[in-house]
Design a protein around this ligand. Structure first.
Ligand SMILES: Cc1ncc(C[n+]2csc(CCOP(=O)(O)OP(=O)(O)O)c2C)c(N)n1
Ligand code: SF4
Ligand SMILES: [Mg+2]
Length: 306
């Protein structure tokens, strides 16, 4: 775990381009252990972490002014591998922790870093209500199509038809479209990208962090070790190619096709992932509204007692 005091505050750093040499960026934002590194070789989480650090860098964020919240899963070490402060709490509760953090310390940049199971299964309730409030946090959801950490069981984003530890004849249920769910719940910035599109992913995350309100980024992330292996893609590169071959930009796609729910069959690898900003909407941010409400209530209380 990191403490704020270990972090050297950066000089004024405002960059529009990805231009910081990797070593400097790692020194600034990463705290990766030399031993017991937790991701499997080639796991997409490493690329996701790199995109998050690049987004921090692009926005010139001081890591001592960034706080993250997360729960259980393969993705959990990611936040510990950053220099920013982190609450590692119960599985699924990241949005609740992030909400508390933002309300108590509105000057901080607050992110909830969550797995797809964490965010949409056990934590689905916290997620939809944080979105409904439009509190100024960014949820970055690492979608590896299931529960990685517990052995690759299916979850709410597992593509219908695909094979998992608990659906060896093919997932019988339809999957959530996480972005559609976020929009329906009230998120005011919603985007999708993949770890095979690092520059695009960096931009989606940076724009989410810069957004005032509840922002959601779905990050399609390879778990070749469980989902990939069982669905004809046992190597990391197989899955990165799969994301590349099956992704299209929202700017090139009719809007009615942005939310196709993924289905999968080994002989029918024609899934389509529509990438880009899928929703933006101006709406009052919860913390600011709540502050005004509190001030009005306090003024009234003073009036009554006076
Ligand atoms: C309250 C609770 N229930 C269940 C678990 C067991 N558990 C640990 S990780 C995990 C799945 C996590 O899946 P996801 O959030 O998608 O993250 P991934 O491992 O795929 O990165 C589960 C069910 C737990 N740690 N705590
Ligand atoms: S099991 Fe899958 S998601 Fe978990 S670290 Fe390994 S490759 Fe990554
Ligand atoms: Mg998962």
């Amino acid at each position: 775990m990191n403490t704020i005091t270990e972090v050297q505050p950066p000089q004024a750093r405002k960059r529009k381009q990805i231009e910081t040499p990797m070593d400097d960026m790692i020194q600034m934002y990463a705290d990766v252990p030399e031993k017991n590194f937790r991701y499997c070789p080639g796991c997409g989480l490493g690329m996701a972490q790199s995109a998050i650090m690049r987004a921090f860098d692009r926005l010139g964020l001081d890591p001592s002014k960034v706080a993250t919240a997360g729960g259980s899963g393969c993705y959990s070490p990611l936040a510990h591998y950053l220099k920013s402060s982190h609450i590692h709490g119960s599985h699924g509760r990241a949005c609740a922790y992030a909400t508390g953090l933002k309300m108590a310390r509105p000057e901080l940049t607050v992110l909830a870093l969550q797995g797809d199971g964490d965010c949409l299964s056990i934590g689905g309730n916290h997620f939809i209500h944080a979105a409904r409030r439009n509190i100024d946090i960014s949820v970055i959801c690492f979608n590896n199509f299931g529960f990685g950490d517990t052995g690759g069981q299916f979850g709410p984003t597992t593509p219908k038809g695909s094979v998992t530890e608990t659906s060896n004849a093919g997932m019988p249920e339809a999957a959530f479209d996480a972005c559609k769910l976020a929009i329906g719940a009230g998120a005011t910035y919603v985007a999708r990208s993949t770890v095979a599109h690092p520059a695009h992913l960096t931009k989606m995350i940076a724009d989410a962090i810069a957004w005032k309100g509840f922002a959601f980024v779905e990050v399609l992330q390879n778990c070749h070790v469980f989902w990939g292996k069982r669905n004809g893609m046992p190597q990391a590169m197989d899955m990165l190619k799969y994301f590349k071959d099956n992704s299209v930009r929202n700017t090139d796609t009719p809007q009615e096709e942005w939310f196709d729910i993924p289905t999968y069959a080994v002989d029918e690898k024609n899934m389509k992932f529509v990438l880009g900003v899928l929703h933006k909407e101006a709406r009052n941010e919860f913390g600011e509204d709540y502050d005004k409400l509190r001030q009005r209530a306090m003024a009234q209380a003073v009036g009554v007692s006076g």
